[in-house]
Design a protein around this ligand. Structure first.
Ligand SMILES: [Fe+2]
Ligand SMILES: [Fe+2]
Length: 244
């Protein structure tokens, strides 16, 4: 196998051994995940049948991101860095009123726009909780948080052109979209949401494919998704190895 290009990936730190990550950033992420779960419980109290549970989505996409990095042959520290950065990508959702989610109808443009504001609300949470903490993981986390609803053709949430989207963001956009398309929603009707059907939809439907995604990364993701990778899906985070 040829060596993967490491350009653009978070290679220069390792959450497994980083003291600042363990002491300040990991507790922040774990707290955000707890708060998102509490928010999901409130949504479920109103709509017991909802399938799109945000904290579960976050765990799935974090695992899928790590597994795609592994398939690409990226180093283990990159896999772990990406896992933790992806886990917290939707933290801003809980700031929005719960009524904005879970409507049985397909959301209108205005509702979509309001929902999508969670990307910038997430950044507000990071600034409030971590202040101006300077750390390469914070840069990675914020990049994914703010930009995971961009599109390669520049028509995403902030209209950033594809060449300005980092490799982590490009992968996040793919993994995130896939998970959204595979969760049954009332307005999906009879749509086939099997993995192969969703991948084909993402690859070929007008407005998707190369207009939305980095297709080289997409094909790596598709390969990962169609392989059975149970051993990788719940890989625990190794214990910190440095002495304190
Ligand atoms: Fe999101
Ligand atoms: Fe998401």
């Amino acid at each position: 196998m040829t060596q993967p290009s490491l350009h653009g990936w978070p290679t220069d730190f390792d959450v497994r051994t980083d003291v600042v990550f363990h002491e300040q950033i990991k507790p922040f992420i774990e707290n955000q995940m707890k708060l998102l779960e509490i928010y999901d419980r409130k949504r479920q109290a109103v709509n017991p049948d909802i399938k799109y549970i945000f904290h579960e989505h976050a765990e799935r996409v974090a695992c899928d991101t790590r597994n795609t990095c592994a398939l690409l042959g990226l180093p283990e520290n990159v896999q772990e860095n990406m896992y933790w950065a992806m886990l917290v990508h939707d933290a801003g959702k809980r700031v929005l009123p719960i009524e904005v989610w879970d409507s049985p109808e397909k959301p209108t443009g205005d509702t979509m726009k309001f929902r999508r504001s969670h990307v910038d609300l997430g950044l507000d949470i990071v600034r409030e909780e971590l202040g101006d903490l300077k750390h390469p993981f914070v840069d990675l986390m914020v990049d994914i948080m703010v930009n995971h609803h961009e599109k390669m053709d520049g028509t995403g949430e902030h209209n950033l052109p594809g060449e300005q989207l980092s490799m982590p963001v490009r992968l996040a956009c793919i993994v995130e979209s896939y998970d959204g398309y595979t969760i049954p929603r009332p307005h999906f009707g009879e749509r086939d949401i099997s993995p192969s059907a969703v991948l084909e939809k993402m690859r070929s439907e007008p407005g998707k494919g190369a207009a939305m995604f980095d297709m080289a990364l997409f094909e790596a993701f598709a390969t990962m998704k169609l392989k059975s990778t149970p051993a990788l899906s719940k890989k625990p985070m190794p214990q910190m190895e440095t002495e304190r």
